[in-house]
Design a protein around this ligand. Structure first.
Ligand code: DGJ
Length: 701
């Protein structure tokens, strides 16, 4: 709901309000963001006492205000949301309330369905700069979308160096910042800063959103935990260079900007031209748990789109860790036939099926099947797999080219390069998606393969960052090119389930989720590592967005041994699959896979569309765990895991969350009341050994 009362705008969604005030001088001020409040009666704004006050031509010191979109200079010396070669002083001009939500041109964004949008236009008449601030809310959602448009109204060009999507000014400074850091194989580990006076820059400039820093940041009241305290999320709907900049100022207030990373960014606007920022999804939660659930609902309802966004995902088997590139049709079919017997529903052919791709030094870009490996071709193989009752899926890495490929030999200039010969990573180069002819080639290569066979799933990989920047602003232009390609491919194949991937979880962001409703979470499939990775990822993203596979033991990345049971339980907490040579397994493991696939079919709707609660933080102890609760509280699935076995230790008393306190629940033979499970808790005795896990299925009686 959006209402205007005098000089105030009140925006609200599920459980939150956001209030903007226009000052007498025309500044657009942030007044409030937090738990839902009523618009009337509302209080006046307090002004502090300040020494050595600067005064602009209107007598105001903007540095003392909390503006919605700060610019640098004149009387504001804080970190700016907008930095340009003409620094405007923005004053309110007009507003508009629109039913729906205008889409940012060329960029992914939350859907318009059910939205209401406030557009505030501000201007610096003297310098000819216009800024439009977009705010969209949805009645049933606990999140708000913000973005910004900047237009040059003057004859002289306007060059932007920083143009963040959104800015928020908190009145206090008693906050902690939480972001999600890591590396390949260790993605999205919670990292913290206790904020004190100074500037914090949390971001990546790698051409992709990155394994290292995810474009999702939480600002939380100091001491806030899963259940308590004000928590604010900032999630960027963007897959390129991103930054969140936080400043705690001299007066004890906290400014946060999120958007495209200004490092390496530059955009020059000619007269009448507009820059459109990516969208930023802000959310409020009392406690981290409720903040996460607001994002989970929002991503499922408004970010992911298409047929698959509301569908349970098929149990897949992927041949990557089973065969790597060393396979032939017979080997693939032996895996697929057994998979069908064990209850698996989708067979995915990973890297190595095209050109002369027997190793990672060649053939990216040559999207033509290698008939010496697959004589039936992709169409023939898909038919054979379909005849077993399985769907067929295929891997691509469309953004790349190997120097040893026909594509590169024909078009060496299509690879991204700066002044010197470009750096190789994994022996490959990035295709320059800023060029229309390159985009056309990539769209055509992927689409014609999809149109030639019954391919019902695509894994879209991207295994290197951009290291050679031909010009300032290149990574931004690349990201726009990528989105054009993804839009063309996914919108023309609405029935295909797309899974994003980037050397594991290197491009796990809400931008990709607008095109592909699930993303490969990490190449690290060790269940203990996955406990950390999936726990960290869950702060912003729902289980339905994450892929998780059972792989072999000892794990190929860590050497750790884990039971089939634990590997299954961790993976079943997300979109479930297998990635090992099942033909080498004994009867016992095969029987276990049959049990797991049957259980997954029973559970996956709950895991996908239920409410997610974190129960135990693996980063601060020896155990970790979570649970999913059906929206109507009729069922729940609890998963807990102990990292290291400690002899002579007491059972774990585990308090559950989110159940109906009045209801009775059955778990196996036992019956419990919801209030008992949530207040007293249940005693967990872990099986013997490291990495042991326990799962509990609860059903309301
Ligand atoms: C990286 C991905 O994360 C893996 O799952 C696999 O698809 C390889 N690339 C293939 O090259």
């Amino acid at each position: 709901m959006i209402v205007k009362r005098k000089n105030m705008f009140f925006l609200s969604g599920k459980g939150f309000s956001y209030v903007i005030r226009i000052s007498g001088e025309g500044y657009i001020l942030h007044d409030y963001f937090g738990a839902q409040i009523s618009p009337e009666p509302y209080c006046e704004e307090g002004r502090g006492w300040y020494c050595f006050q600067a005064a602009g031509e209107d007598g105001v010191c903007v540095d003392e205000l909390r503006t919605e979109y700060p610019c640098y200079g004149h009387t504001d010396l804080g970190t700016p949301a907008l930095m340009a070669d003409r620094q405007p002083v923005l004053k309110y001009r007009s507003y508009e309330i629109i039913s729906g939500k205008p889409a940012p041109k060329g960029l992914p964004s939350a859907v318009a369905d059910g939205a209401e949008t406030l557009v505030i236009t501000a201007e610096d008449e003297l310098l000819g700069v216009e800024v439009r601030l977009y705010y969209s809310v949805y009645t049933g959602e606990g999140a708000l979308c913000r973005r910004t448009e900047i237009t040059n109204l003057a004859d002289a060009p306007l060059t932007l160096g920083a143009a963040y999507s959104a800015s928020l000014a908190f009145s206090g400074s008693d906050y902690e910042e939480m972001h999600f850091a890591g590396s390949w194989g260790r993605e999205r580990r919670p990292a913290f800063n206790t904020l004190t006076q100074g500037v914090y820059h949390i971001g990546n400039a790698r051409g992709g959103s990155g394994h290292q820093i995810n474009p999702f940041v939480i600002i939380k009241e100091r001491g806030a935990d899963e259940e308590h305290g004000d928590c604010y999320g900032f999630m960027l709907v963007y897959s390129g260079d991103h930054a969140t900049e936080i400043e705690v100022d001299q007066r004890g207030r906290t400014r946060v900007h999120q958007g495209i990373n200004p490092f390496g960014f530059r955009k020059t606007l000619v007269k009448g031209e507009t820059f459109t920022s990516p969208e930023c999804v802000l959310a409020y939660g009392c406690g981290l748990g409720s903040l996460s659930r607001a994002y989970h609902d929002f991503i499922r309802d408004k970010i992911c789109r298409g047929e698959w966004s509301r569908r349970e995902r098929p149990i897949l088997i992927n041949n990557w860790e089973a065969t790597y590139m060393d396979f032939d049709e017979e080997k693939l079919m032996s895996i697929a036939s057994l998979a069908a017997e064990l209850g698996i529903e989708l067979f995915v052919l990973d890297d190595g099926w095209f050109g002369k791709r027997d190793n990672d030094r060649r053939s990216l870009g040559d999207w033509v099947v290698n008939k010496s490996k697959i004589p039936s071709g992709i169409g023939g193989l898909a038919e054979k797999v379909n005849a077993l009752g399985l769907k067929f899926g295929l891997w691509f890495e469309p953004e790349m080219v190997s120097p040893d490929s026909d594509l590169y030999r024909a078009h060496p200039d299509w690879a991204v390069r700066a002044q010197r010969s470009p750096a190789l990573i994994r022996s490959q180069l990035v295709l320059d998606l800023t060029r229309p002819e390159v985009r056309k080639y990539v769209i055509n290569a992927v689409c014609s393969m999809l149109d030639s066979a019954n391919i019902e799933y695509v894994k879209w990989d991207m295994n290197r960052y951009i290291t050679d920047m031909p010009r300032e602003g290149f990574n931004y232009e690349y990201t726009l090119g990528l989105y054009e390609v993804m839009e063309a491919v996914t919108s023309s194949h609405p029935n295909v389930l797309f899974e994003g991937c980037s050397g594991g979880g290197g491009r796990f962001d809400a931008g990709i989720l607008c095109y592909m409703p699930q993303i490969w979470t990490s190449d690290d499939t060790d269940p203990l590592e996955r406990l950390y990775i999936q726990y960290g990822t869950s702060f912003g993203y729902p289980p339905l967005a994450m892929g998780s596979h059972v792989t072999e033991s000892p794990n190929q990345h860590t050497g750790r041994r884990n039971s089939m049971d634990t590997r299954g339980a961790v993976s079943m907490s997300c979109n479930f699959g297998y990635e090992l040579d099942i033909t080498k397994l004994g009867m016992e493991d095969r029987e276990e896979i049959k049990r797991q696939t049957a259980l997954c079919r029973e559970l996956r709707g709950l895991v996908a569309f239920g409410d997610f609660y974190r129960l135990l933080d693996p980063f601060s102890g020896n155990t970790g765990g979570w649970m999913s609760v059906e929206k109507d509280k009729s069922r729940a699935f609890v998963f807990v895991m102990r990292a290291l076995f400690r002899p002579n230790s007491a059972p774990l008393r585990l308090r559950l969350k989110g159940l109906d306190p009045e209801a009775r629940y059955r778990a196996g033979e036992a019956e419990y009341r919801g209030d008992m499970l949530m207040n007293r808790g249940i005693d967990i005795v872990f099986p013997f050994g490291d990495g042991a896990s326990v799962r509990i299925m609860l059903k309301r009686i």
